[in-house]
Design a protein around this ligand. Structure first.
Ligand SMILES: [Fe+2]
Ligand SMILES: [Fe+2]
Length: 238
């Protein structure tokens, strides 16, 4: 296992609040499904950086365009509004904590798109963000499970999205840790390091919600089925 993943598991994954009803379920899906996925992601990021770094500067430009497409204002607002709408009006009071965490994430992710703009403009590839509106590469990402469950996804349950938070956001954090270790370019470091704590927090949101609320077969199935779906897309890419 890569040391970065090992450290992440020790510090953030295994600790569990006393009495957390969903902890046993989370441990099982972590061991069976998430760890193999995280390991694959870490290894593929290392490989991409090793090959990309020897191939000039263009990988940095593509990376920033992909990042902008995946976390940009348009994409984030569409995805996050879909999450907010997964909770019926009558259930708003019951899931108010979830709504609050998700509303906050809209802002986090929109803000991350600025970091990709900083890298593109800092390297001299664009003069300003508006230019990106005319660039397909800055507005398209092929993995519909990235933030998962965009407007096309049927939100089967208010808790289903925790599969994405727990699995994909951890992947974002782990990837950033690899960049932190392997990349020297200050603009690329800035692009990643500035969102490190927030991606970790998005993962913790999933962890907290699974541990706290996924205590019945109904709620656990909603998360596990969604995780299966996310993994299928994810495995198609790496
Ligand atoms: Fe982000
Ligand atoms: Fe995030």
């Amino acid at each position: 296992m890569h040391p970065i993943l090992e450290e992440f598991l020790e510090l953030w994954v295994w600790p569990t609040a006393p009495g957390a009803g969903g902890a046993k379920f989370r441990r099982r899906i972590t061991e069976e499904k998430c760890i193999p996925g995280w390991e694959g992601l870490v290894q593929s990021t290392v490989r991409e950086l090793e090959t990309g770094q020897g191939a000039g500067e263009d990988w940095k430009r593509r990376l920033a365009l992909e990042g902008y497409a995946a976390e940009g204002v348009q994409f984030s607002i569409k995805q996050m509004s879909a999450q907010l709408m997964s909770i019926n009006l009558n259930d708003q009071a019951r899931w108010i904590d979830i709504q609050r965490m998700r509303a906050r994430q809209v802002w986090d992710e929109c803000k991350h798109s600025k970091l990709h703009v900083d890298s593109l403009s800092g390297h001299g590839w664009i003069k300003g963000e508006r230019e990106l509106m005319g660039d397909v590469d800055a507005n398209f990402q092929p993995l519909s499970a990235y933030f998962g469950q965009s407007m096309m996804f049927t939100h089967i349950h208010p808790l289903a999205r925790n599969a994405q938070h727990y699995f994909i956001e951890a992947g974002a954090y782990l990837t950033i840790c690899i960049y932190d270790q392997m990349v020297e370019d200050l603009l690329v470091r800035h692009q990643h390091l500035s969102q490190k704590a927030e991606e970790l927090m998005h993962f913790m949101e999933g962890k907290y919600q699974i541990d706290t609320y996924c205590t019945t077969p109904e709620t656990q199935n909603a998360v596990e089925e969604t995780l299966e779906w996310v993994l299928r897309f994810f495995q198609g890419r790496v």
